[in-house]
Design a protein around this ligand. Sequence first.
Ligand code: SF4
Length: 392
Amino acid sequence: MGLIPPKWLERMVEAYRDPSLERAVYGEVLTRSDIERLLSETPLHPMAAAADYYARVIKKGVGSYIVNIYLAYTNVCVTRCTFCDFYVPPERRSSGYTHPPEHLGRVAGLARKRLGVREVHMVGGNDPELPLEYYEEAIREIKRVAPGVVLKAFTAEEIGFIAKATGNTPKEVLARFREAGLDALPGGGAEVLSEEVRKRIAPLKISSDEYLEIHRLAHSMGIRSNITLLYAHIEEPRHVAEHLYRIRRLQEETGGFISFIPIRFNPGKTPLSRHPEYVKKGDRGGLYDLRIVAASRLALLGAIDNIMAYWVSMGEKLAQAALSHGANDIGGTFYNESVISAASSLRKRKGMSPARLVFNIATAGWTPMERDTFYNYYPPRAEPPRLPWMQG
Ligand code: SF4
């Protein structure tokens, strides 16, 4: 790619003599071992300076948020991921829920009308008893009752599961969902795209190869998608490096990823929280989150432009700090968020107001803008604060 860093950054990086960081600031595509070094050895301070500098250059100083609603259509799931406190197994189906399409449409319609949401983010458990028609009806109903809303729904994991459970191919499922009105895929279900970790934390999920193949397929059909990383559990830097390296390769091939979203693991009462490896590693502290964000920005430089500081998993204050470590977006209002909160020790979250999101973006030194799923920008819904250090 080839980049010319400003003199101050060049001097800073020279002083630290870190070959991987040097390659990153001059825009070279990083190898897996470069990324691993950024995640484990490179001092955070110059790496954050470089990541923040390029984030602001690429995004022309615009930091963003989206007004969205989170819908979970069912919490019945057979996949039993070790990090998940959200699901109810089929044998306890009666204590779970599956929302009928009409209910999903009604909630989306109200959210569009009363809260002006631009996006419905919808995901759910893997329930083999739901027919393909259920999903199609849900999509149609949401698009009918909430016209103009962007429907970002069904992770690649869900697409893979629905395909197997209903006797279709992932391509057939994607084609039918697109026909019904699906606009984009969320990025969940990626966890860590390294079989060494994935097999231990989510052994019943589709493999990393299958997961990426569904994104490749979606992109080839004109359906754009997002991609996540679940971190702060049993992974090592080499696993995160493999994850970032693989998604960069796919993005270079298809250009279909909209954003990269690192998600911190919230232990709650999940089986993973009692895993000896997790217990041994312990709480890695907030600087680990910032390192993940900064290294991701540099590893994905020139490939994926949008890195999210996902406040739902990081917490508000750390998410704001991430906006000066390489992230350019704080995520959404996430009204009705439930999956992450179920696995956190915090009370169930009801979302964050646009005014609060604007405050966090503006006080991190960005020009706040509202966006849609595809990063088209709109004026923010709240006046940004004017603080002394933001003048001039
Ligand atoms: S993370 Fe998703 S697939 Fe895994 S158990 Fe929870 S609901 Fe099921």
